[in-house]
Ligand binder design. Sequence first.
Ligand code: PMP
Length: 376
Amino acid sequence: MIYLDNAATTFPKPESVYKAHDYALRNYGANPGRGGHSYSREAAKAIFIVREKLAEFLGANSSSQIIFSSSATEAMSTILFGSLRKGDHVVTTQLEHNAVWRPLNYLKENKGVEVSYCNHIDASYIDLNDLKNKLKQNTKLVIINHVSNVFGVEQDIEAINKVVKENSNAKLVVDGAQSAGTHKVNVNSLDIDAFIFAGHKSLYGPVGTGGFYLKKDWILEPLKIGGTGSNSENMGVPKSGPERYESGTANTPGIWALGAGIDFINEKGIENIFQHKIQLSHLLIEGLRDLEAKTYYNKNSTVTSFNIENLDSTEVAFILDDLHNIIVRAGLHCSPIAHKNFNTAKQGTIRVSPGYFNTKEEIEILLEAVKELKRG
Ligand code: PMP
């Protein structure tokens, strides 16, 4: 099987991730931070170690700024529902995932939140002039997709944040679901207010892991409220820190294995991982061009979309899976609006997202399969 759907979730995971998951399930089996006994403390310590690792990996000042969740979606919802109120205005982009579009649409329709959508240059980069013009006195958040899960475009966070901070009081929220683990990010030097990551994608953790970095002093209303293992006699929600947002039993094995994923990236080098993906994408793009397929990608895309003539993208993906055992994703990739700019809203696209474990040979096999498919 050739798996090229790493933008949905990376597969396989590094061996060390499987081992860490198994180890934690067997050895950190008590409920983390609950009850104060030694096994509970051990499990809590394991989570703390990974929190520290992530803080260092993302360039945060303190691990108390790293909050775990079950997915990037939960992380994004925590920020949106935890900060937006009636009368607030949000600026976002047309490349967002439904993890942003749907909650914003809900808040717009049900809670009186106003939403503006930035224009894009060549359907890719955010038009900074348009962004500037869209900022208002009541703009509370600017939410941007760092790397597109459909077309691979990487936004310039530094330039965007400069416009945001110089022209408004808005906070910058970055959806890093596709960038964390592939693109080097330093939340501190980029002055990002919140950065969302998907642990199960390019960070090589298991499904069920994700989270966000939250700038110190930004306090959100919690999305869920319940037991935290501390101050149980007190009915109040913890006032700050991860505990405020992480009520309920944590996913210790998932988080511990995510730590192994980060170790793996540090060991291989994030730049090498990035270059490997870029090389495979270039090979794919060149090959697809020779086959006269329609390609949608950007400079240094780690994710590439394409179409073959007017063939339905889901049909193509089905044939690749069924006849060639090649796994790619087809359709709208949970980002319906992104497709409007490229006129692919009806046909969708076939998305190829290589990971660290893919090889040039696998891309060549895919190209051969596409060639065959074109011949009919
Ligand atoms: N944002 C982007 C840009 C994504 O690509 C995805 C996943 N495809 C998400 C958010 C949602 O991630 P999760 O599946 O972890 O909720």
